[in-house]
Design a protein around this ligand. Structure first.
Ligand code: NOJ
Length: 558
């Protein structure tokens, strides 16, 4: 089959590796590049297209690599530039693209630039960061808050000014209004592209610009104690400022100097605002603004359908390319969020929707949030916000579960993993699932195979089906308002959609509920079941099909 002439980042699947947690080869309990290289065969077997590494640059690790002390080098914890070159060579040899995490909004306070900047007020690098005098009463320059708790300002005794940081104080904000900063950042992108890097995930893209007048942000009337303090303000002066688009466009120009490179931007905004970061076909900006809305939407058929319909329509209208995410290193594992029962429904959704899927390491085997005892908590977001229950990100960053040996095969018996391995590793691991045809791992592979081999699933259009609202069959009702599904519990329900390209049409049915549902869909007439999350055949007979509780089915429509 000839697939449409899509770019690799459109037809492909992105797989995120959190390098500290994937595979340790250095006996120190922290994952590294050689470890990843040794697992490339596994990654290839997953049927993914690209691997994205969370930051691997030189860093004091105050935010585990999102505090960069040298943008053009690899932290010794992870290896060396030579190890990286080898990794790229080997990955490319297997047809895998390589993406880096680019962190342009802030550096580490241990970066040479910041050391220079804080050395004196008239240092040439001073204006590379954001400095303010104390307020007239000697207090903070304004009311801006850090995402990780507390104020966004730290006082520098030596020069008598505050510097801005929206994360930990070891992450001073770079001044994107300064053209030298922008040029240096573009040069950094070129440095890695010359080394063969295929693309970038860009950290906090929508935060790059700040109000030049540094005005106080208004209070958020909906904020309640116990919620992150950062949410107590409405971020009209620190987020999504218009000039950000100019910065994104400049970055895009640097990427376009090279062939076939891309960037995907971390942007948490409503769909309409999010899509403005793609630019227009005439003036493109970010190839894909990350769409995190599946993570943020209540898990039921009606809400998810509404989201997908609206996003798909908005993407079409904007002429951009869609993408979907279920998990990453900042969000609780989706198997934990939606529950084990719904795990395959969610995985099927991600891998059959129109748009590039991004998969978080370990989600292919159903890894869940790990338990982190208080003495092992290391995430600055958790440590800085002890009163906010959900703030910690350590649970979703636990070591990859390779096998049932001590430390799950992630590191040596003698080494202590930097985070504890999740307790379920003896049952949930790659080795146990490898040879089990019915495992989550092999279900994932079946999904990627199906997607990669289908023009309809990779490139085709999307149309949702009208599910209507029904009532459980046990209560004797069979009537449907939408005419298609029976036995639908409000708040759960069935989400069905058709993907189509040319003659090929693929129907996806997802039961968000735990009860069996009888279907009477015209689309199922003469259809052939391609895959069921429950394995084996569907319990179908004629046109009346049964979608079992928590089942996902994929059909080729005749
Ligand atoms: C977003 C990243 O995803 C997160 O992990 C990090 O802590 C902040 N940006 C700061 O770089």
């Amino acid at each position: 089959m000839t697939l449409s002439p899509l770019k690799w980042w459109q037809s492909g699947i992105i797989y995120q590796i959190y390098p500290r947690s994937f595979q340790d080869s250095g006996h120190d309990g922290v994952g590294d590049l050689k470890g990843v290289t040794s697992r490339l065969g596994y990654l290839e077997s997953l049927g993914v297209t690209a691997i994205w590494f969370s930051p691997i640059f030189t860093s004091p690790m105050k935010d585990f690599g999102y505090d960069v002390a040298d943008y053009k080098n690899i932290d010794p914890l992870f290896g060396s530039l030579e190890d990286f070159d080898e990794l790229i060579r080997e990955a490319h040899g297997r047809g895998l693209k390589v993406m880096l995490d680019f962190v342009p909004n802030h550096s580490s306070d241990e970066h040479e630039w910041f050391k220079e900047a804080r050395s004196s007020r008239d240092n040439p690098k001073r204006d590379w960061y954001m400095w303010r005098d104390p307020a007239s009463d000697g207090g903070l320059p304004n009311n801006w808050k850090s995402f990780f708790g507390g104020d966004a300002w730290t006082f520098d005794q030596h020069t008598g000014q505050y510097y801005l940081h929206q994360f930990v104080s070891g992450q001073p904000e770079l001044n994107w209004a300064n053209p030298e900063v922008r040029q240096e950042m573009a040069e950094t992108l070129r440095f890695w592209m010359r080394r063969g890097v295929d693309g970038f995930r860009v950290d906090v893209f929508w935060l790059l610009a700040k109000d030049p007048e540094y005005r106080d942000e208004p209070r958020n009337p909906e904020w309640r104690p116990g919620q992150p303090e950062h949410n107590s303000l409405l971020h009209i002066y620190t987020q999504d400022l218009l000039v950000t688009h100019e910065y994104v466009a400049e970055m895009r120009s640097a990427l376009d100097e090279f062939e076939d490179r891309m960037m995907v931007g971390e942007i948490y905004l409503p769909v309409d605002k999010l899509l403005t970061y793609a630019g227009t076909p005439e003036a493109p900006e970010c190839h894909m603004p990350f769409n995190f809305h599946l993570i943020l939407t209540p898990w039921n058929a009606a809400d998810v359908r509404k989201l997908v319909d609206e996003y798909d329509a908005a993407v079409n209208a904007s002429g951009s390319w869609p993408n979907w995410v279920l998990g990453n290193h900042d969000q609780h594992r989706f198997a934990t969020r939606v529950g084990k029962g719904q795990y395959r429904v969610a995985q099927t959704l991600l891998l059959t929707l129109r748009g590039t899927p991004t998969v978080y390491y370990g989600d292919e085997i159903g890894m869940e949030d790990g338990y982190i005892p208080p003495s092992r908590v290391v995430d600055p977001a958790a440590l800085g916000q002890p009163g906010v229950a959900a703030a910690g990100r350590d649970p979703e960053r636990t070591p990859m579960q390779w096998d049932a040996t001590p430390h799950a095969g992630f590191t040596d018996r003698g080494a202590e993993p930097w985070l504890p391995v999740a307790e379920n590793f003896t049952a949930v691991n790659v080795a146990a699932q490898e040879n089990d045809q019915g495992s989550d791992l092999n279900y994932f592979r079946a999904l990627t195979r199906l997607r990669q081999g289908s023009e309809a699933l990779t490139a085709g259009s999307y149309r949702s089906l009208d599910t209507g609202t029904g009532v459980p069959m046990q209560q004797g009702a069979t009537a449907l308002t939408g005419g298609s599904f029976q036995n639908v519990r409000p708040g759960t329900g069935v989400f069905g959609f058709v993907r189509g390209a040319g003659e090929e049409r693929v129907l996806v049915l997802l039961n968000f509920g735990t009860e069996d549902v009888a279907l009477n869909l015209p689309e199922l007439h003469g259809a052939a079941l391609l895959l069921s999350s429950h394995g084996g055949d569907s319990m179908n007979s004629g046109r009346a099909e049964v979608l079992r509780g928590n089942e996902a089915q994929i059909w080729r429509v005749g």
